[in-house]
Design a binder for this molecule. Structure first.
Ligand code: MEV
Length: 313
């Protein structure tokens, strides 16, 4: 029996990726259909500080001290232990497993940070509030991604839909009925650090044009907040489509994402867009529940390597 099980969901950004980095509004939701789990087993009688890290998905195992310095698991655990000011670590075995695809715009790195920080702190007897876990995960996201907005760690640590503006307290969103979304993966790795860096370079060379696009994306997120709360899903779908056009103009889409977005719309989605940093990774489609399965199948037939339906509450 594990002493502690710590789980974190995937996330998707409904509105405002990239714009969020520059302080414009964005909306993100947790996707609990996909998750990352860490089980902690106490190993009494074994040498202090010995932490064996096992990965269920790859079948690999290594002691924490033998993991490369660059390994995110090592960095996150070391950081959490030092923040908690723990000198003597009881021996432990950790088992990691995840259904969140990596480098695909679904927040796998933030989920790893949140699940590990929460698990390590609980295993060591601390019950940190989500805000503190989010702040600690944000520090790890900065190392991983350079200049993140903080939206991924926030939505995953709180596990609630939220309206997000960088450096402001998060605003939770409540939907009258669950949203049905279909997520489809192009199979092309989406590297947040690189794509965010490319947008930054574009902004430096064409500040007026790029700022106008980012600001328009932020305006869409503002309108979408209102429409989501009113459950005006037809309007939310139109706003998703508008957001996708602006992301195309920002240069972060790709033919594979555009093709899946197009397929979803033609199969009856209320709206569709890429999600996350783009240039690969996943797209999302908002749909009425009865259309979800045909959209999911059409996305697979159009080249998606994985497509899932998720209910967002
Ligand atoms: C990544 O999930 C979303 C981006 O806006 C980056 C960020 O907000 O940190 C591309």
């Amino acid at each position: 029996m594990p002493a502690i099980i710590s789980q974190a969901p995937a996330k998707t950004i409904l509105f405002g990726e990239h714009a969020a980095v520059y302080g414009f509004p964005a909306i993100a939701v947790p996707i609990n259909t996909l998750s990352l789990r860490v089980s902690f087993f106490a190993k009494p009688g074994q040498a202090q500080g010995m932490w064996l890290i096992r990965n269920k998905d790859t079948g690999t195992a290594a002691f924490l001290s033998d993991l490369p310095e660059s390994d995110p698991v090592r960095k996150i655990i070391r950081f959490a232990v030092s923040e908690l000011n723990i000198q003597q670590l009881p021996a432990a075995e950790l088992l990691l497993s995840s259904t969140i695809p990596i480098a695909s715009g679904l927040g796998s790195s933030a989920a790893l940070a949140v699940a590990l920080i929460r698990g390590v702190s609980q295993f060591l007897g601390f019950n940190l509030p989500p805000q503190r876990i989010s702040e600690m995960a944000f520090e790890m996201e900065k190392i991983q991604h350079g200049n993140p907005s903080g939206i991924d760690n926030s939505v995953i640590a709180f596990n609630q839909p939220l309206f997000y503006v960088k450096n402001q307290s998060v605003e939770f969103l409540t939907f009258k009925s669950p949203l049905t979304i279909v997520l489809a993966n192009t199979g092309i790795p989406s590297l947040t650090r690189e794509v965010v860096g490319e947008v930054r370079s574009k902004r430096e060379s064409e500040p007026e044009k790029i700022d106008a696009l980012l600001s328009e994306i932020g305006q869409i997120a503002l309108k979408a907040r209102e429409k989501l709360v009113q459950t005006d899903l037809t309007e939310v779908g139109c706003l998703l489509n508008e957001n996708h056009v602006l992301l195309q103009q920002l240069g972060v889409s790709c033919p594979e994402l555009d093709c899946l977005v197009d397929t979803a719309r033609k199969t009856g989605a209320l709206g569709a867009k890429l999600c996350g940093s783009g240039k690969g990774g996943n797209m999302i489609a908002l749909t009425n529940p009865d259309r979800a399965e045909s959209i999911r199948k059409a996305l697979l037939a159009s080249g998606a390597i994985q497509a899932i339906t998720a209910e967002v509450k």
